[in-house]
Design a binder for this molecule. Structure first.
Ligand code: XMP
Length: 555
């Protein structure tokens, strides 16, 4: 995130750990703000993103927000009246039609209120959005000769509007099958590629644009410039929003929902649940208890670290030792989604028991946007995996409500809020860790033996990556215990043991990721240590798959 120094702000000494407890006790949001939202503007300039189901829809909103312009994702069938009704809270200056997995010709293809095209608001259609606008304008959309996924080069025919400042050839990221082949007279082509005769267009009469590629994805080299052109040149937005504005909104939401009642917050020790806990603490103070479920699937020593950090917080901290129960429930379970669902269900049972004992009616969770996106909570989008804190929840819950105060934020936005709200550095710099823990890093059945092996391997990877000085540059780095065994030779004897894989990725938000090009020396050290120190591991491999097509976790 790049707001006011972005990650560099992490070095700000004024927010040191010592300030943590006291700043949480303050009722006003902590410091470094340049003024509350009302000082700056009541109604931030806003770009609304109409969601047609792409995995990247929310990246668009996030990229817009990086430019300090507020953005919100709305359903694709949002009406003109609904857009107009937003005028009390925000100044809508433009619309983006997202991509999506459908074909504009399929019978259940998502559409929009076409009166939106007459609203005189600037519109940018991306991928499916581009095709939808072209089809609606009576252009031609056809299946392409081949699917196009990944890096492509486009030729820019007219560097104007959203393509202002582009070179003749640009490296972009595409993911589509259909293509726009013809446009009506009032539209003109701005770019083409070998596969797409109309890779970008503009309407000559209105500020309406379309592009086949994805400017929101980091692999598109001038994606940010394309979005900036749309936001500032076409929509004429003023950058008058900051991520910190979300803190007050989130505190208000928790206060209004929970009122004078009691709530528990599900704490894992990661930055998401830490921020949710800090926000809830500010909202309802002593009526909040933090519950850490020790399911035995955390890293070695992790529950102790979390306890020591969060016991400084002004709230009741409860640690539940549930190791045996979780392991029992996971016995003989091999399917990754089944594992995720079981863990989600068991988590909820633990929280229900805790809430009964504490007489708490509300559960607060640190769910963030990518959790919800990948769990397929939106119309017309595919489920990638059941994030345990979203899709993994049982349908019958004994809570009045689950409150998710940071559900619309991305990880880097959450990290920034963690600094602003006064959480210690060790929380905001923590690697993301999946709710189902090491269970999704053990292929096949989770057994106590495999857990022990993986914890030891994890310690080695952690120690060596830290020693190499690369830990700060990586989004995540960890070992995976595969279900495959392999023959080796240790000393002069035959060895037959597990194949462990190392996964290390660079990412901005966890939505896309590149495998990290770790030095061979580092990989060699990790491999020798693992095979020497852990007798059950016979072989170590390195995962060189980006996301997509892989996900970051193996399961
Ligand atoms: P994937 O594997 O989907 O992971 O590429 C993206 C990011 O999300 C983390 N992750 C989870 N976080 N609950 C969470 O809170 C989950 O169930 C979960 N599954 C994956 C993962 O570690 C990565 O940072």
């Amino acid at each position: 995130m790049v707001h006011r120094g972005g990650r560099h702000a992490i070095t700000d000494r004024s927010r040191r750990d010592g300030a943590f407890a006291s700043s949480l006790r303050n009722s006003k949001v902590a410091t470094r703000r340049v003024g509350s939202m009302s000082d700056r503007t009541q109604r931030p300039d806003t770009i609304l993103v109409l969601d047609f189901g792409s995995q990247y829809t929310h990246l668009i909103a996030r990229r817009v927000r990086e430019q300090k312009v507020y953005s919100e994702v709305v359903a694709h069938d949002t009406t003109v009246e609904e857009i107009k009704s937003k005028a009390t809270d925000m100044n809508v200056k433009g619309l983006v039609f997202s991509g999506g997995p459908s074909s504009v010709y399929s019978p259940d293809a998502p559409s929009c209120d076409m009166r939106i095209l007459e609203m005189a608001l600037p519109i940018l259609g991306i991928c499916y959005g581009h095709q939808l606008i072209a089809k609606r304008a009576l252009g031609k959309v056809r299946p392409g000769k081949k699917n196009e996924y990944g890096i492509t080069y486009v030729s820019v025919d007219r560097p104007v509007g959203i393509l202002k400042g582009m070179s003749k050839t640009e490296r972009v990221w595409m993911s589509h099958r259909d293509i726009v082949t013809e446009l009506p007279e009032e539209y003109e082509t701005l770019a083409h590629s070998d596969n797409c005769p109309v890779a970008a267009f503009q309407c000559k009469l209105r500020p309406i644009y379309g592009i086949q590629w994805h400017p929101e994805v980091a692999h598109t080299e001038k994606g940010t410039l394309t979005l900036r052109n749309f936001i500032f040149e076409v929509c004429k937005c003023t950058p008058n929003w900051m991520v910190e504005d979300c803190i007050e909104k989130a505190i208000r939401e928790v206060k209004n929902t929970v009122g004078q009642a009691r709530a528990i917050v599900a704490l894992s020790g990661g930055v998401d649940s830490g921020v949710a806990a800090a926000i809830a603490s500010k909202a309802i103070g002593r009526n909040l208890s933090a519950v850490l479920v020790d399911h035995g699937l955390m890293r070695d020593g992790e529950p102790e670290v979390v306890k020591s950090i969060f016991s400084k917080l002004e709230m009741n901290l409860i640690v539940l030792n549930e190791k045996e129960r979780f392991l029992k429930k996971l016995r003989k379970i091999k399917d990754p989604e089944e594992k995720r669902r079981i863990i989600g269900r068991e988590f909820m049972r633990s929280f229900e028991r805790a809430s009964k004992a504490l007489k708490a009616d509300y559960l607060i969770q640190g769910t963030i946007y990518p959790d919800r996106i990948e769990s397929g909570f939106r119309k017309h989008s595919d489920k990638i995996k059941t994030h345990h804190n979203v899709g993994g929840l049982p349908h019958t819950l004994k809570f009045k409500t689950i409150v998710e105060p940071i559900r619309d934020l991305y990880k880097d936005e959450v990290r920034l809020i963690a600094q602003q709200i006064g959480l210690p550095k060790e929380v905001w710099l923590r690697q993301p860790f999946p709710g189902p823990g090491l269970a999704v890093r053990i292929a096949g059945e989770v057994t106590p033996e495999k857990l022990e092996i993986l914890k030891r391997a994890d310690r080695i990877v952690d120690e060596e990556v830290r020693k190499s000085g690369l830990s700060g540059k990586l989004w995540q780095y960890f070992p995976v215990l595969t279900d495959t065994r392999s023959t080796g030779v240790k000393g002069d004897a035959r060895a037959y043991g597990y194949v462990a894989a190392i996964r290390a990725v660079e990412s901005l938000d966890g939505m896309t990721a590149s495998f990290a090009r770790l030095p061979y020396e580092l990989l060699e050290t990790i491999s020798s240590r693992m095979t020497n120190e852990i007798p059950e591991i016979a072989r170590v491999v390195y995962d060189v798959t980006h996301k997509p097509p892989a996900t970051i976790e193996w399961e």
